[in-house]
Design a protein around this ligand. Sequence first.
Ligand code: DUT
Length: 148
Amino acid sequence: MLQVQFKKLPGNEDIVLPQKMSEWAAGYDVHAAVEEEVTLMPGERKLIPTGFAMAMPPELEAQVRPRSGLAYKHGITCLNSPGTIDADYRGEVKVLLANLGQEPFVITRGERIAQMVFQFVPQITIVESEELSETVRASGGFGHTGVK
Ligand SMILES: O=c1ccn([C@H]2C[C@H](O)[C@@H](COP(=O)(O)OP(=O)(O)OP(=O)(O)O)O2)c(=O)[nH]1
């Protein structure tokens, strides 16, 4: 089992660290560490603090993703979804929430605003090449196979 360390930042001892809400959940729900209620007006985006920093092994990244319930009911999403937390980032993790709904959305302290999913990151080497291997698809893309 890989260990991921979380450090609560000063003033955030009350904030629950990311947690799975069911045994096999892929995502760990992330709680808002806003000091006071924050309102997201329709079309607005705000960076929401989580109150923690983290350290994970270099082969991991953490993806910050929307919660589907908030997206469906209120149009709340992560604008940069999935947000990328790099293994060497030691600053406070933040969630870039956007309100794509038609009503103002109020974020309160401790509310579960997003989820974090961990992924392996393959270690690769970038190799510049004059020729690429041939394929049937070749350069076809952006819908060249049609829609049905
Ligand atoms: O939703 C997010 C996305 C990123 N980050 C933090 C962790 C991540 O490691 C760092 C940089 O993110 P990214 O590489 O996506 O941003 P960038 O615009 O390329 O910034 P940088 O030049 O700092 O890499 O910002 C967050 O806290 N939340």
